[in-house]
Design a protein around this ligand. Structure first.
Ligand code: 5GP
Ligand code: MG
Length: 186
């Protein structure tokens, strides 16, 4: 993955830009086109996980011209800031998922524990179909047998921030995906 230096004001904290704004925008349009093709004539309910999906979700849905409904689920892992701990649901769906064609959107698929828990919860609501879309995945750390139907980018096994992803709730507003300097989180 070719990297570039971060903007001047972030050089103390961010090691490099892994995926730049233009590259993200182009890939999001491709994902939206794939989703449009697969969900045509379906009753699309987009379920996004808070909070890391927000910028990605906003860009993605504006590139989808199909009618859709949008809802959120909250899920947090209580652990330290870079290693996932126990999962707790902090917000439940408001809309009906039964008999809908659900597209579950998350920021990053890492071990797969988050998506496993959310998929099990959604399955119990009896959607007509359930597909998953993640902005990023780290293939090397998967411990659950899970693959996403739509994946934006593969990233190496390093801690990434930006475009929704945080470290201790910071960096979500960066317009690019960058590698955090290890000294920030160690
Ligand atoms: P999983 O349950 O698949 O192990 O992890 C998914 C969650 O862990 C993501 O939704 C995200 O909150 C967090 N996560 C995993 N890797 C990273 C990373 O590199 N950076 C950030 N900011 N969060 C990550
Ligand atoms: Mg998350």
């Amino acid at each position: 993955m070719a990297t570039t230096p971060p903007p001047e004001h972030l050089r103390e904290e961010v090691e490099s830009v892994l995926i730049g704004e233009k590259e993200i925008a182009a890939r999001v349009r491709e994902l939206a086109a794939d989703i449009e093709r697969d969900f045509i004539e379906q009753d699309l309910l987009v379920v996004a996980l808070l909070t890391g999906t927000v910028p990605f979700l906003a860009d993605l849905i504006r590139n989808i011209t199909l009618p859709l409904r949008l809802d959120f689920m909250g899920v947090s892992s209580y652990g330290n800031n870079t290693a996932p701990g126990e999962l707790v649901f902090t917000k439940e769906l408001k809309l009906e998922a039964r008999n809908r064609d659900v597209l579950l959107v998350d920021d990053i698929l890492d071990t797969g524990k988050t998506l496993r828990a959310v998929i099990d919860k959604l399955d119990a609501l009896q959607p007509r179909s359930l597909r998953t879309c993640v902005m990023l995945e780290k293939k090397s750390r998967r411990s659950e047998k899970i693959t996403a139907d739509y994946v934006g980018f593969d990233v190496p096994d390093t801690f990434v921030v930006g475009y929704g992803l945080d470290y201790a709730e910071k960096y979500r507003n960066l317009p690019f995906i960058g590698e955090l300097k290890p000294e920030v989180y160690s």
